[in-house]
Design a protein around this ligand. Structure first.
Ligand code: SAH
Ligand code: SF4
Ligand code: F3S
Length: 448
């Protein structure tokens, strides 16, 4: 619980708008917990807000531009409601250039805080209320892990759980090590406690979060690895599915690969970002593995679990990427047979080594290659889904479908989205669904 004097006395409403990855989504769940602990309640729309928070992502330029666009729109709202507090936080705020832009062009922003000091939000709000001056609090680095903040989770059956923070990999294109600081692991007993608590309130699925879960444990004083953690979580009664994000090919261990055979709760899904199929580009990216090493990991994983869903991240148009390099990516995609992939146009991030590299790729070529890549990925994904036709799969029911309220959405253990007819009382349950038709990104089925 937070300090009593942080509590607000009037009924105030808040909204959080979240961009970026699961790490940010989960941070927003924590911010929501902090605010509700202070006495805030969730607003239905922007107009009725007393506090609006933008949790931002800096991974690509487009993500940043979207935030600036939103902040521009809020000027009008603030003019009509001067008491509205506008706060911005998240990865963008760890970049000096962004702080300069906000202070000079978006003077209607009231509070700015970073990724390392979410727990200080009550103090920042109180400081702003006293001074009515733009309050900025950014912590460059935070080696301490604050265990006092809980999370107001979006779902009641699946939960994100941080196992580590930060990243030490410094892939040459990536801003994350600068926005999230150095790698640090949570103590295993804190993670286990949290998951036991979730299990006791009915949570079935846990997604363990870290930028590179394979290096979990390296900052601990004990000899305890990511595979050890998975084993311990697998033993927790009530938890039925374990997922994790994200695993890095450079230090994936055989022990982790074997977990797919040994741990019954570990989902049949591996998201393993490859980024490129060209050894030359992988080297320039500072990824720390070769194409051949990546292929060998995939081979081992398929041996251990032939039904596993394989997904990845791919960047097209990294500086200096030739047609030949790009063709290497296409051939790797065909060879591995990914179920799906997150594909990105390389985006220059000031302050990263790749931003200074010569021979940045022309936008037109980037877009062309991007389309070519999708044209290769999609039929492979469809073919993989077609293999599931007629199978009966275990599906965790997640929600009522957005477009058709008589339908439900759920996920297989491989992480595939399934639509099927059913009542909303099934939400949060694991049911059997027979797959009757498939598309590139979704499966359709009937309850059995
Ligand atoms: N820690 C995770 C990924 C975090 S960022 C990992 O290493 O797998 C998510 C994805 O965004 C990356 O995998 C990469 O494909 C993409 N990405 C990161 N920086 C980028 C940039 N500058 N331009 C385009 N895509 C980028
Ligand atoms: Fe970025 Fe690489 Fe770290 Fe992933 S592993 S967050 S891509 S630096
Ligand atoms: Fe995630 Fe974006 Fe930050 S991808 S870690 S929210 S820069």
């Amino acid at each position: 619980m937070r300090k009593e004097n942080d509590r607000i006395t009037e009924q105030k409403k808040y909204l959080i708008v979240t961009y970026g990855c699961q790490m940010n989504e989960h941070d927003s769940e924590k911010i929501s917990w902090i605010l509700e602990d202070m006495g805030y309640i969730l607003a239905d729309n922007r107009e009725e807000c007393d506090l609006i928070i933008y949790n931002t992502c800096a991974v690509r330029k487009t993500a940043e531009n979207r935030v600036y666009g939103q902040l521009g729109e809020l000027k009008e709202l603030k003019r009509n409601k001067p008491d509205l507090i506008i706060a911005v936080c998240g990865c963008m705020m760890q970049r000096e250039e962004v702080i300069d832009t906000i202070t000079s062009k978006y003077g209607h922003v009231d509070i700015i805080f970073g990724t390392n000091n979410i727990h200080k939000l009550p103090q920042l709000i109180s400081n702003y209320n006293k001074t009515k001056q733009m309050t900025i609090d950014i912590l460059e680095e935070n080696r301490e892990i604050d265990e006092s903040v809980d999370a107001n989770r979006k779902y009641s059956y699946k939960a994100f759980v941080n196992i580590m923070y930060g990243c030490n990999n410094f892939c040459s294109y990536c801003i994350v090590p600068y926005t999230r600081g150095r790698e640090r692991s949570r103590e295993p007993q804190n993670i286990i406690e949290e998951i036991k608590g979730l299990a006791s309130t009915g949570y079935k699925e846990i997604t363990l979060l870290g930028q590179n879960v394979n290096s979990y444990g390296k900052t601990l004083n004990i000899d305890y690895s990511f595979s050890d953690l998975l084993k311990d979580i697998n033993d927790i009664d009530g938890i039925e599915r374990i997922r994790f994000m994200t695993s890095h090919p450079k230090d994936i261990s055989d022990e982790l690969i074997n977990s797919y055979a040994e741990l019954d709760k570990l989902c049949d899904h591996l998201h393993l970002p490859v980024q490129s199929g060209s050894n030359r580009i992988l080297k320039l990216m500072n990824r720390g593995y070769t194409r051949e090493e990546y292929e060998s990991i995939i081979k081992k994983v398929k041996l251990v679990n032939p039904n596993i869903t394989l997904t990845t991240d791919i960047i097209v148009g990294f500086p200096g990427e030739t047609e030949e390099d790009f063709n290497d990516t296409l051939s790797l995609v065909k060879e591995v047979g990914f179920d799906s992939a997150f594909t990105f146009l390389y985006s220059v991030r000031e302050g990263t080594p790749a931003a200074k590299m010569k021979s940045q790729i022309d936008d037109r070529i980037k877009h062309q290659r991007f389309q070519q890549l999708l044209d290769v990925l999609h039929p492979i994904g469809l073919k993989k889904n077609e293999k599931l036709l007629g199978n009966t799969l275990k599906v965790l029911v997640e929600d009522v479908s957005k477009n058709d309220k008589t339908m439900l959405d759920g996920r297989t253990t491989g992480g595939k989205l399934v639509h099927f007819s059913g009542g909303k009382e099934l939400i949060g349950k694991i049911v059997d669904v027979k797959i009757t038709s498939v598309k590139t990104f979704t499966l359709k089925g009937v309850l059995v």
